[in-house]
Design a protein around this ligand. Structure first.
Ligand code: BGC
Length: 350
């Protein structure tokens, strides 16, 4: 594995953004920006051996600065929604920016996706670090973090998140990569097959905020325990689907520790992406709000042109005691791992 950095562009206020290319011995590679620890490209072989970019992104810093959607970004301090942007921790009330209807989304107005991180290249990994100051976007305590990327010779991309704080705070990190295993910019991803190891999902209200209820997937369009095309039930007459304008839901993952949680695949290219994580949930988001826009290399993106598998703690966990806690106590070590492993299958192979 080798890592090479070069200038990607400049922010509106003149700061340099660097792109790091991590190449493995097969010539497959991942491009990552220090701006938001953003996964800008993931180029892996299809069943013919041709490198295919399976990650949506932009060619310029300006597009990353100006567009919504969090393409490829590292998200924090708290991924997804916190109801009304309010919470109480140790008896003290905190108020965060409300940037998504009545709720707080993905860390606020300037989340970690908009920060230029310090990069350090170790022999087999790329490590970004950043300290978020006490009061950053309204969150308490100084938070010292590192985000590590590895891309090994088996075409497995590993994301490692570490954090420690000098006071009690909340932490829920994710990555917001939009995958299209047919190749980025080739249109809808609803033909992809998806399998998720989840017997249950968290019910949402009309603003995509969990109600606190954990529902069984049995007999619902949310049953991905056996692989099925994402688009098969996406238009079903189902209140939860309508609330998200498609899939935009947290699935309650079976098991604990680093385990396989989902398999996404394309019949067209044969590319299979196996997701493993230490996290308790995954937000399956079918790019329902990805409005028409330009993408990399002159491509165009629109609604449903990618699928995000955002491994995470459950959204709005601060308001639901039945959800795993997102509180990080002073001095405690936060550590989460997610892997996206890329392989290929032959035509019609199950
Ligand atoms: C959320 C969506 C949101 C998207 C982009 C996802 O994680 O669940 O509701 O539109 O991120 O911001």
């Amino acid at each position: 594995m080798s890592v090479q950095g070069k200038e990607f562009g400049r922010t509106a206020d003149g700061r340099t953004v660097t792109v790091y290319r991590i190449t493995n011995k097969n010539g497959a590679y991942v491009d990552v920006l220090d701006y938001g620890c953003t996964l800008q490209s993931i180029c892996v072989p299809n069943r013919d051996g041709t490198l295919t970019d399976v990650c949506l992104g932009y060619d310029t810093v300006t597009e990353y600065e100006e567009n919504d959607g969090y393409l490829g970004a590292f998200v924090g301090r708290h991924a997804n929604r916190i109801g009304k942007g309010e919470f109480v921790l140790n008896g003290q009330a905190y108020s965060l920016a409300v940037n998504n209807g009545p709720n707080h989304l993905h860390g606020g107005l300037k989340g970690f996706d908009k920060v230029i991180w310090s990069a350090c290249v170790a022999s087999d990994r790329l490590i970004f670090s950043h300290t978020s100051p006490d009061g950053d976007e309204g969150y308490p305590a100084n938070l010292m973090m590192s985000v590590t990327y590895c891309f090994d010779d088996s075409n497995t991309l590993t994301l490692i998140y570490d954090a420690v704080s000098d006071g009690d705070t909340v932490v829920n990190f994710t990555n917001h990569c939009y995958f299209n295993l047919n190749g980025q910019g080739t249109g809808t991803a609803t033909d992809h097959l998806l399998q998720v190891n989840a017997d249950a999902f968290t019910e949402n209200d009309g603003d995509c905020l969990p109600t606190g209820k954990i529902l069984s997937v049995e007999g619902t369009p949310f049953d991905f325990r056996t692989s099925k095309p994402i688009g098969r039930d996406i238009g079903a007459d189902d209140e939860n689907l309508k609330n998200g304008s498609g899939y935009d839901h947290n699935f309650v993952l079976q098991g604990e520790g680093l385990r396989e949680v989902a398999v996404l695949s394309s019949e067209k290219t044969g590319i299979v992406m196996t997701t493993r994580t230490t996290q308790p949930g995954v937000q399956v988001y079918t790019a329902n709000f990805l409005t028409y826009r330009g993408g990399k290399n002159g491509t165009r993106y629109s609604v449903r042109d990618g699928v995000c598998l955002e491994t995470q703690h459950f959204p709005d966990a601060l308001h639901h005691e039945n959800f795993p806690s997102v509180v990080l106590k002073q001095g405690e070590e936060y550590h989460q791992i997610t892997q996206y492993a890329f392989t290929v299958k032959e035509e019609n192979e199950v």
